[in-house]
Design a protein around this ligand. Sequence first.
Ligand SMILES: NC(=O)c1ccc[n+]([C@@H]2O[C@H](COP(=O)([O-])OP(=O)(O)OC[C@H]3O[C@@H](n4cnc5c(N)ncnc54)[C@H](OP(=O)(O)O)[C@@H]3O)[C@@H](O)[C@H]2O)c1
Length: 249
Amino acid sequence: MKNKIALITGASRGIGKAISIHLAAQGVFVIMHYASNDKAAHQTLDEVNAVGGKGILIKSDFSSMKGIDCLFEELDKVLEGNKIDILVNNAGILNRFNLENITEAQFDSQFSINVKSPFFVTQQALPRLNDGGRIINISSYLSKKPKYEYGAYAMTKAAIDNFTISLAIALGPRKITVNAIAPGSVDTDMNKDRFQDLKVKETVGKMTAFQRVGTPDDIAKAITLLTSDAGSWITGQYIEVSGGLGLVK
Ligand SMILES: NC(=O)c1ccc[n+]([C@@H]2O[C@H](COP(=O)([O-])OP(=O)(O)OC[C@H]3O[C@@H](n4cnc5c(N)ncnc54)[C@H](OP(=O)(O)O)[C@@H]3O)[C@@H](O)[C@H]2O)c1
C-alpha cells in the first residue's frame, strides 16, 4: 500500500476516522476531508501521525456544490499532478424523521449530503483516480432492511447501492473496483443520542451474532480488505459489515 493516496470524505470522526488511521498505518497517504469540526479533524490527523502515517486535512461543507468544488481545488494543490488510488465516499448525515414529520428542507439535506455529494465527488474524482484504483461507497444495512422510522435516510443508502453497481460496470474497463460497504449499528456520534441509553445499546448489540454493536474499527478492517490486493476481483458488491445484525431476534 506504500505510495498509494486515498481521499476519504467525512474523515474527522467515526467510521471515516478509523478508515483513515487503518489506511495510514499501512503506508497510504490519507487526504482527510471534513465539514466543520476542526478539533476532531486535528485529533484524527494526530492519530494518523501516531501510527507512523502521513496525511493532510481538507475542510469543505457538502451542503452546496461550492463545497465539492472547493474540495477539489484544495485536492489539486496537494496532488501537484499526482493521482489518487482510493476514494472512500463516507461523509453522511442521519435525520431520524419519518414520513409524517419530515420537512422538505430535512429531506433535501438528507439527499444532498448522502446522495448528491458522493455522486458529484465521484464525478470530479474520476479524472484524478488512477486506473486499477478503488472506490468504496458507505451504504447502510438499512438500505436493504429499511425501517419506517429511518424514512429518507434508508432511501439515500438504497440510492448509493444502485450507484455502486452502475459505476462498477462503467469503470470495469479501467480496472477500478467499486463496492458498497454497509455497516450495521456502529458506536459513533451518529448514534450518540440513542446509545447514551445503555439499555438501547445493549438491546441493539444483542441483535448481532457477537452480542455487541459495531465499532468504527470493525468497518475500517473491511475497507482495508477491499483496498488491498485481496480485493482486486471484488466489484459491484454490497457487503454488509454488521456482525450479523438481525440474525438474532
Ligand atoms: N454509525 C452507524 O451506525 C452507521 C451505520 C450505517 C452506515 N453509516 C454511514 O457511515 C458513514 C459515516 O458515519 P459515522 O457514523 O462515522 O458518522 P459521524 O461520526 O457522524 O461522522 C460524520 C462525518 O461526516 C462529515 N459530515 C457531516 N456533515 C457534512 C457535510 N455537510 N459536508 C461534508 N461532510 C459532512 C463529518 O464532518 P465534521 O466532523 O466536520 O462534522 C464527519 O466527518 C455515513 O455515511 C453513515 O451514513 C453509519
